[in-house]
Design a protein around this ligand. Structure first.
Ligand code: CO8
Length: 194
């Protein structure tokens, strides 16, 4: 059962999430926030190439097709890869809040095995916000948005300053991202999550 951990239960004074006025319109693809991101980066040959789309309110849908390089057991997706797809989808929600945040806790239920070649349809939403803490939940379904549930997760993201990345990231990647002449790409590399 997901969502049972005390660390994932919003406090009584938690608020409803507020979609930022500049959030992408419902239906709009978010695009990769960082081209080397293992979750969504187009230039990351080993990555998931997950494509996320803004939904209504503070919600996201995303798709990820399991490739042979994502296997754990023969012909099946690795559980850690599926957790990554959930983490990436949940992390994308913070772009709709325009809040810089990192995953503090991610609890995952693996409900059904996911064969190679499957397209996983993910849906995620922020359920509550309390100070720096952002509570969210996600589901991954096999083959279609209304397909059988394969994975579920509840998460707590913690708001951080941009310094979190600058202070902790390896210098060569930080420098390259900061020197990106594309202003929007430069902002997204840091402002969502590298
Ligand atoms: C499009 C973007 C997609 C991106 C998807 C990918 C997202 C990621 O994977 S991010 C990478 C993975 N995550 C990380 O590397 C984070 C590593 N951890 C850290 O840097 C720190 O522990 C950090 C920033 C989360 C929290 O540290 P810090 O800023 O000192 O906050 P801290 O004071 O400890 O905690 C703040 C609050 O959160 C709570 N909290 C922190 N961690 C947890 C946790 N694991 N479980 C439950 N509660 C927690 C604390 O109890 C505290 O609550 P309260 O305010 O009620 O006292």
């Amino acid at each position: 059962m997901s969502g049972t951990s005390p660390g994932l239960t919003p406090p009584a004074d938690a608020k409803q999430p507020a979609r930022h006025a500049d959030a992408p319109a419902p239906g709009e693809l978010l695009g990769a926030h960082y081209d080397q991101c293992f979750g969504c980066g187009g230039d990351q040959p080993h990555g998931l190439h997950l494509a996320a789309r803004a939904g209504e309110g503070v919600s996201i849908t995303a798709e990820f097709t399991v490739r042979p390089e994502h296997q754990g057991a023969p012909g099946l997706a690795h559980g850690g890869v599926l957790a990554t797809a959930l983490d990436e989808t949940l992390g994308s929600l913070n772009w709709l809040l325009r809040t810089i945040a990192v995953t503090g806790r991610l609890e995952t239920d693996f409900v059904r095995p996911v064969p190679v070649g499957t397209t996983l349809h993910l849906a995620a939403e922020v359920t509550a916000v309390a100070g720096r803490k952002i509570y969210s939940t996600a589901t991954g379904r096999i083959g279609a948005p209304d397909g059988p549930v394969a994975v579920r997760a509840d998460a707590l993201f913690i708001e951080v300053k941009v310094d979190h990345f600058i202070d902790h990231g390896r210098e060569e990647e930080i420098r390259a991202a900061m020197e990106d002449p594309d202003q929007i790409r430069r902002a997204r590399a840091f402002e969502v999550n590298p």
